[in-house]
Design a protein around this ligand. Structure first.
Ligand code: G3H
Length: 330
């Protein structure tokens, strides 16, 4: 049964901290990206952490996030059975306690991120603590990630115009008072389409946060959000400082669309009438001799290419983050 819960995921993070690697936490909203990720992770013998945001669950569930989680959970569980690696699911950037409670009751996710980082410190502590208590009361096999500091950019329904770097001493107080299992920190990354060359990254600050936590007996794995633009050398510097989870969403979104675009752009006449040909789409081109090419427009053609590309991209990222070759289950 390779789709695992929180206690197994905690073992993977223990390995990651000990060996100095990170899991590339990869967002999905539909099956092609999910299958590409499983193929890529398995190819390089890495365990895989998928992520579903609230918006992605809502999309997958035809506007009902609980249905979306159940549908994607079943899909992940079924396809994960084809592979020997461990597969995990994190619920990314969660803000609604009711939906979080449903996630725990369903027992599908391996971890849940409560994102109250936009709130003042005391409110952030209280909201994050509430979710940790919910988990404890229910005895749910799930890890809780919370965030301190603010990351610039847009991720799903969360938007921030400014960045606030995480303060190491406040991080200690935050982890101590909330009891969170993972801590997302702000050290200069940015959500969305960001270029590594423009980021003011602070791996030194990640190191200070890690050290401050350890000085207080806390071995909390750190999480890097907004990592799509972070370049391999930048990422490796971050991994030296206790970052065990590296979140990427935008990169896969681009790869998905670019792969389909390249396919259709090879010869647009496979899809749309060439210049000078008037074709009526509403009659399925009954009025012209030209026809679209089913060998290209069948969505499975683009879908397979998308899966292959996502597999290649993820396999490379798993090599860079060091999780390749470290699956606990292969
Ligand atoms: O939680 C998700 C991430 O922080 C994604 O950030 O879209 O910049 O890759 P990204």
């Amino acid at each position: 049964m390779p789709f695992y819960g929180g206690s197994e995921l905690a073992n993977v993070y223990d390995d990651a901290l000990e060996k100095g690697f990170g899991l590339v936490a990869s967002n999905i909203a539909e099956p092609n990206v999910m299958m590409g990720l499983m193929e890529g992770a398995s190819r390089v013998d890495s365990d895989l952490l998928l992520q579903l945001s609230g918006g992605a669950a809502t999309f997958a569930g035809n506007e009902d996030p609980v249905d979306g989680l159940e549908a994607m959970g079943t899909y992940i569980d079924t396809i994960a059975d084809q592979y020997d690696i461990g597969v995990f699911l994190n619920m990314d950037h969660q803000t609604d306690p009711e939906f979080i409670e449903a996630q725990m009751d369903l027992g599908i996710p391996s971890s849940i991120m409560i994102d109250a980082s936009h709130e003042p410190f005391e409110e952030n502590v209280a909201t994050s603590r509430e979710i940790v208590e919910m988990k404890e009361e229910k005895g749910a096999d799930v890890l809780i990630e919370a965030e301190l500091g603010q990351i610039k950019g847009v991720e799903d329904e969360i938007e921030s115009e400014e960045a606030f770097y995480t303060d190491p001493e406040q991080a200690v107080e935050f982890v101590d008072r909330t009891g969170c299992d993972l801590l997302a920190i702000s050290v200069g990354t940015q959500h969305g389409v960001a270029k590594g060359k423009d980021l003011e990254l602070r791996p030194d600050l990640a190191g200070d946060i890690r050290q401050a936590l350890r000085d207080h007996g806390l071995d909390t794995p750190l999480v890097l959000h907004g990592s799509s633009g972070v370049q391999p050398d930048q990422l490796q510097r971050m991994l030296q400082h206790g970052i065990c989870k590296v979140n990427k969403d935008t990169r896969y979104q681009y790869e998905y669309t670019r792969t389909a675009y390249d396919l259709y752009d090879e010869d647009p006449a496979n899809i749309v009438p060439p210049e000078g040909v008037d074709g009526d789409r509403d009659t399925f081109f009954n009025d012209t001799d030209w026809s679209p090419n089913k060998d290209v427009f069948d969505p499975r053609v683009a879908g397979r290419k998308i899966r292959e590309r996502i597999a290649d991209v993820h396999a490379d990222l798993a090599e860079v983050s060091g999780s390749a070759g470290h699956s606990r289950y292969a």
